[in-house]
Design a protein. Structure first.
Length: 255
């Protein structure tokens, strides 16, 4: 069994695979100061709770955008499962060509999303991941990752708004019934949600114009991606497990 691990700025997401089949998922909060034992025990406890044994895990692959946790996390996998994880990074086979100015600095999460988008939905494809940061990237018909945009995620923007404006509260992220809101909380919700819908549509439209592609498949993922995808015609598919699927695809390419 393969365990795919996506280490993000807010959450660490785990996917358990038998071959290409995603059998189970679970997650934990990202926290820089955990030890290798804490990581290892958490994963082991979750596996046992879900009815798996540690002996079933014979491979692991990690995509991380939080370098500070990588050593402890990798050590935990090795210590508790006897498996040395594959780390998504420079020199790894992905099946796509990274055509950015400095490929080594391109985020592992963006690469994994791009691989999954291209392999599962074909090219050209735009992947939009709505996480702590929102990333929207283009892969050409020939399988070239040519770049994209990074903007603050919806929750990140909401948190910063409440921190910087003394009279604005922390809010739940949801779409209000009307964009012309009548009070502060729904005004903030309208600005964030409708603003991100408009931002997403504009970025995707400009990407299509700049690339010269009239038809591009657009795939969204990430915690709030479903809400955005449901509110715009510019997104063709929402795939909550796109990143985990990309990890499994990349793992297969190393064999």
């Amino acid at each position: 069994m393969l365990i795919g691990i996506d280490i993000g700025n807010t959450d660490i997401t785990f996917g358990l695979f038998q071959g290409k089949k995603l059998c189970d998922t679970f997650r934990m909060r990202s926290k820089v100061n955990r030890t290798s034992d804490e990581y290892g025990m958490f994963i082991l406890d979750e596996l046992l709770y879900k009815g798996y044994s540690k002996e079933e895990v014979n491979a692991a692959i990690i995509a991380s955008v939080v370098p500070a946790v990588n050593h402890s996390f990798t050590s935990g996998i090795i210590k508790y499962f006897g498996v040395k994880p594959i780390i998504v990074g420079a020199g790894i086979r992905t099946g796509i060509k990274i055509k950015t100015m400095n490929p080594q600095l391109t985020g592992a999460d963006r690469i994994v999303d791009a691989v999954a988008g291209y392999e599962l939905y074909g090219g050209p494809v735009i992947t939009a991941d709505f996480g702590t940061a929102t990333t929207i990237d283009l892969v050409t018909k020939a399988g070239e990752f040519v770049g994209g945009v990074i903007v603050p995620g919806i929750r990140t923007a909401a948190k910063e708004l409440s921190l910087q404006a003394a009279k604005l509260p922390e809010i739940e992220i949801r779409k209000p019934d009307n964009i012309i809101a009548k009070e502060t909380v729904s005004s903030m919700q309208a600005g964030l949600v409708y603003g991100y819908i408009g931002q997403t549509e504009y970025i995707i439209r400009k990407m299509k114009e700049e690339s010269g592609y009239d038809k591009v498949t657009v795939v969204a993922t990430g915690g709030l991606g479903k809400m955005i995808a449901e509110e715009t015609d510019c997104i063709d598919y929402y795939d909550s497990n796109l990143t985990l699927k990309g990890l499994q695809i990349i793992y297969d390419k190393q064999r």
